[in-house]
Design a protein around this ligand. Structure first.
Ligand SMILES: Cc1ncc(COP(=O)(O)O)c(C=O)c1O
Length: 501
């Protein structure tokens, strides 16, 4: 269902039952309310109250109840008074520009509005269109998330712009404090992105040219790229055949006299098996940098990921569980001197303005992103809970499909399902079939890190990383996001089932 703005004439139809199309309008309206897709432009509110109070006073209280259930969408201040619709009817024009902000359609009976705007539709036409529409499931739906909190978000963003607090400022100090508290570390430092968070952390750990860093073969390139960019040498370790995170049994055989750091990646929102990793690090005197880009809030033995290692990095890329409205990242630590080094390195090697103790980089989380993240941080626990709900539903509806392997989770891990990854021999065919059925699935990752052109120089062979090599053709990520309904999960699961019969 689309986001719908209801024109004032349709709201009055529904309220007073004055028009023969009101049954259709009411049906659309009720469905839209239930799905949180019903909107009014803020420009309508005054007029609607005024007209109903004056012409239909007996319905005024009912109207106020309805109004309380509808989302109010803002009207931008950048209006074009030369616009044709604006010249004919400024009220309709204001509704139209509000609707454009939410990619919405306007339900109206006003013939002139229907003719002059491309995004208006009559109740009857919308009813027919909706009835015959096909369900489409995107891989990710950030719009629905924004609309679920757009008032808070708009206020936070407006506040940054009106105070011109673009770099540093209260939103950033608040975020650093709030995020450290959420993860359970002494410090958090907002930086430019998750890749920089890894590079800066490795620099702070004192990585020297030729130092080796162990990286899982199954991850996003940022994990290994950071090692090279920090001056180290990448050494890959194969992934576990059931968990897809680093295979802890294969770590020690890769350790040499030059090994300095292990980077466990909490992949797909699962936690890497931290107990044995910490033991190995202790035994060989290695540092641990946790890559938590995909696992904000995931727990291993009642402890948040990001609290085990010397340092941990996070990404706030928009599609992550905690995503900014642009690039962003953070480093967390309990160590006073690592905190100071990371903070300085991310800001030209300084604590005070113009007092540069060494050369660093410019990698700061900006004020706008910090403000966005402060709003989202208040919702992350609910969103992660909802991701687990969606995962449980997939597990229920796909339990008896023998051709696929569902995600396996270590006991004592509370995952946050950044991705819901299944395994099947018919991965590519299934992905294409889902696409034909309007369902977007993803592949994480189609080429294992050792087999990327970027790492040709390491001359890795399939038998060096047999699990990663095999799984690059078998893993498939199904759509998962907190706002997915049971109906949507059922729809995807049924299509998967149909594919295999
Ligand atoms: C495992 C992993 N590490 C690091 C990163 C890098 O984060 P960013 O894109 O914010 O630089 C990502 C992001 O995609 C990731 O998935």
């Amino acid at each position: 269902m689309n986001n719908l703005i209801f024109d004032s004439n349709v709201i009055i139809d529904i309220l007073t039952k004055r028009d023969e199309t009101q049954d259709l309008s009411s049906e659309i309206f009720i469905k839209a309310i239930l799905k949180k897709k019903a909107f009014l432009s803020v420009s309508q509110v005054h007029n609607l109250r005024f007209v109903i109070k004056r012409n239909y006073p007996e319905f005024y209280q009912d109207y106020l109840k309805i109004e309380g259930k509808i989302e109010i969408v803002k009207t931008p201040s950048y209006i074009d008074l030369e616009n044709v619709l604006a010249k004919v009817d400024i009220e309709d024009y204001l509704i139209e520009i509000s609707a454009k902000l939410i990619n919405g359609l306007i339900i109206t009976r006003d013939q002139k509005f229907l003719e002059l705007s491309q995004i208006t539709i009559s109740p009857k036409d919308y009813y027919l269109k909706y009835k015959n529409s096909h369900t489409k499931i995107d891989f990710l739906d950030l719009k629905t998330q924004y609309l679920s909190m757009h008032n808070e978000m708009d206020k936070a963003i407006d506040n940054i712009i009106s105070n011109t607090a673009f770099i540093g400022g209260k939103s950033l100090t608040d975020f650093n404090e709030n995020f450290a508290k959420y993860i359970g570390t002494k410090y958090a430092i907002g930086v430019g992105n998750g890749t920089d968070a890894l590079i800066i952390s490795l620099k702070a750990l004192g990585l020297k040219p030729g130092d080796e860093v162990l990286v899982p073969a199954n991850s996003f390139i940022a994990t290994s790229e950071a090692v090279t960019n920090a001056g180290g040498k990448v050494v890959f370790v194969d992934c576990h055949p059931d968990l897809y995170t680093v295979d802890v049994e294969k770590i020690e055989e890769k350790i040499t006299a030059k090994t300095k750091v292990i980077i466990p990646v909490h992949l797909y929102g699962q936690a890497a098996d931290m107990d044995p990793i910490m033991e190995i690090a202790k035994k060989h005197d290695l540092k641990i940098l946790e890559d938590c880009a995909q696992a904000h809030g995931a727990k291993y033995k009642n402890q948040n990921v990001g609290t085990f290692g010397d340092l941990a990095s996070f990404s706030f890329y928009p599609g992550k569980n905690l995503g900014a409205y642009g690039d962003g990242g953070a480093i967390v630590t309990n160590d006073d001197s690592l905190f100071r080094l990371c903070k300085m390195f991310a800001n030209h090697g300084r604590i005070e303005k113009y007092n540069h103790e060494f050369e660093g980089v410019n990698s700061r989380l900006d004020g706008l992103q910090a403000a966005v993240l402060n709003v989202k941080l208040q919702h992350i626990s609910d969103w992660n809970k909802n991701r687990r709900r969606v995962a449980e539903l997939y597990n229920k509806y796909l339990a008896d499909v023998e051709e696929i392997v569902l995600p396996k989770i270590l006991s004592d891990v509370v995952p946050v399902y950044h991705l819901f990854v299944i395994r099947t021999d018919k991965r590519n065919e299934l992905k294409d079939y889902l696409k034909e059925n309007n369902i977007s699935a993803g592949i994480h990752y189609p080429i294992g890190l050792p087999f990327l052109k970027a790492y040709d120089y390491l001359e890795s062979k399939p038998q060096d990383f047999p699990v990663t090599y095999e799984y690059q053709n078998k893993l498939l990520s199904l759509p998962i996001y907190p706002e997915m309904t049971e109906e949507m999960v059922k729809f995807v699961s049924e299509k998967i089932r149909n594919f295999f019969v």
